[in-house]
Write a protein that binds this ligand. Structure first.
Ligand SMILES: [Zn+2]
Length: 289
């Protein structure tokens, strides 16, 4: 995957690479990032991916890519808030106009892209509802990228129809997700499979899944730090227990497993099957000799 000169953290690069490997760019992507700049970089990269003419997308070299990366492509629109809105929001009228525009074939490229910036502020619930129909039945070769600081600012009906990519920086993890993650990691060290299965039921709450996985990963990273003689920041006691039980190789395997689980979740895998699988994989890695 060519990142066209943008620098993203390892997690973000992994998420984009997996999308590219699947060979299919989802028609609706939520880009969640604390950094507006990173979110826009990622939107520009995915836009180039959508319009690129090369076999190895995005090539970064063809005319389509260059225009996309320069934010100067006729078929890539950065939606501006409605000029009539004093508070700088997208309007329902705009969503209606967008639905009409989306039916018009691209000018130049094989696809059209619409990018919504700062959706936390600009995309109110009523406007999201107006947008929903278009999102559900998008015309061919239309892509929507929704940029948010926090994915929970969007309605569940919108979220469930989009693929979420998180770009850069640490995201906010709720206290609830933190607690669930701690219970999961503690249960990983229990010899009883049931303890882990029970702890993993917290994952059935869709709004908590990503936060839980991230918090689990942080515990595992802390264990790695502890193994290397450093100080864990969040829960040193748990990190020490993990480090005394697991080898470096196993911890890295667990972190990688977390990454592929995150990916499966975004693909809307069946959560019961997923937690059962995850439980089995965690235990296989931890208890194998
Ligand atoms: Zn290209």
């Amino acid at each position: 995957m060519n990142f066209c000169g943008f620098s993203f953290d390892t997690d973000t690069r992994g998420q984009i690479s997996r999308l590219a490997q699947s060979g299919r760019l989802p028609h609706a992507v939520i880009i969640e990032s604390k950094s507006d700049e990173q979110a826009q970089n990622l939107a520009a990269l995915l836009s180039a991916y959508a319009v690129c003419e090369s076999g190895d997308r995005p090539c970064g070299e063809c005319r389509q890519c260059k225009n996309a990366l320069a934010n100067a492509h006729a078929d890539i629109s950065y939606l501006k808030p409605d000029s009539k809105s004093k508070s700088g929001k997208y309007s329902i009228d705009q969503m209606r106009a967008l639905a009409v525009d989306a039916q018009v074939r691209p000018n130049d490229a094989r696809a059209k892209v619409y990018i919504f910036k700062e959706c936390d502020k600009r995309l109110q619930e009523v406007t999201q509802n107006a947008f929903l129909k278009l999102l559900e039945e998008p015309p061919q070769q239309i892509y929507f990228f929704l940029l948010v600081k926090n994915v929970n600012a969007l309605l569940p009906t919108i979220r469930s129809r989009c693929t979420v990519i998180r770009a850069g920086g640490e995201e906010a993890v709720s206290d609830e997700a933190r607690e669930s993650a701690k219970a999961i990691v503690t249960a990983m060290l229990s010899p009883r499979e049931y303890d882990l299965l029970l702890a993993l039921t917290a994952m059935t709450d869709k709004t908590q899944q990503a936060g839980i996985l991230l918090a689990v990963k942080n515990h595992l990273r802390d264990a790695l730090v502890t193994l290397s003689g450093g100080n864990a920041d969040s829960d040193p006691e748990l990190a020490r227990r993990l480090a005394s039980k697991l080898t470096r190789k196993k911890i890295i395997e667990l972190i990688e497993l977390n990454g592929s689980c995150d990916y499966r979740l975004k693909q809307n895998s069946n959560i019961t099957l997923l937690t059962t699988w995850l439980c089995g994989e965690y235990r296989r890695i931890i208890w194998q000799r």
